[in-house]
Design a protein around this ligand. Structure first.
Ligand SMILES: C[S@@+](CC[C@H](N)C(=O)[O-])C[C@H]1O[C@@H](n2cnc3c(N)ncnc32)[C@H](O)[C@@H]1O
Length: 208
């Protein structure tokens, strides 16, 4: 488990030295990345979450917070309700494993863009259909609050083309793909054989 997170930290490209940076961790859950940013010297880290903290993930976060003697701030807040007027802006915004949970991804991305001062790091599953991977496709997903009403088993996983276009339209001027799914062509063959799109990890760095 720990090795998996260490590999993710490497792939994400979080700056080694965050001295002078403020950080907003969206969908922080257990807080691994919030605490890692604090360890890297961030001046301020704010962790927010909703569904996991409503149900089971808050205790894990608070236990780690206490064990580490952390100064990471935390707020029970939905990404859709981010308000730049009250929160201000953050130099680094982490948006890791949250995109595909969203009910209104475009509306959420616009809010996220408004609170990003320097860099957004977005990691998500991206869609790997057999064909049409270059089209901006996102399967319909009613959001976590209504996930039980979903008629297909995929959630809101975008193709890389959809993700990068949506980030541009949300207001990011500079959008760079830093990681594409591994075993991509193998997964596309599986998509053909099963008649069902597959998915893999994608990472994008976006700057205002
Ligand atoms: C797959 S986990 C990712 C946790 C962590 N960021 C990571 O990468 O390991 C998704 C997290 O996003 C949170 N989440 C989902 N939708 C959210 C929303 N609309 N607002 C805030 N948090 C949300 C969930 O509660 C959960 O903790």
């Amino acid at each position: 488990m720990r090795r998996r997170f260490e590999r993710r930290v490497q792939l994400l490209g979080i700056p080694e030295d965050l001295t002078g940076w403020s950080v907003l961790d969206l969908g922080a859950w257990h807080g691994y990345f919030s605490f890692e940013c604090e360890r890297r010297g961030a001046d301020r880290v704010l962790a927010i979450d909703r569904f996991a903290w409503d149900r089971f993930g808050m205790d894990e976060f608070l236990a780690a917070h206490e064990r580490l003697g952390s100064r990471v701030e935390h707020q029970h807040l939905d990404v859709h309700d981010l308000d730049p007027a009250t929160l201000g802006q953050f130099d680094l915004v982490l948006f890791l494993g949250v995109f595909y949970h969203l009910r209104n991804p475009m509306a959420a991305l616009e809010r996220i863009a408004q609170v990003t001062r320097r860099l957004l790091i977005c990691e998500t599953h991206v869609l790997l259909p057999f064909i049409h991977e270059r089209y901006p496709l996102v399967p319909f997903f009613p959001g976590d609050e209504r996930a039980d009403e979903q008629t297909h088993d995929l959630c809101g996983i975008p193709t890389m083309a959809a993700l990068t276009e949506m980030l541009r339209f949300a207001g990011y001027g500079n959008v760079e793909v830093t990681y594409r799914p591994s075993f991509r062509y193998w997964k596309k063959l599986v998509a053909l054989a099963t008649n069902r799109p597959q998915s893999g990890r994608g990472i994008v760095h976006a700057k205002p």
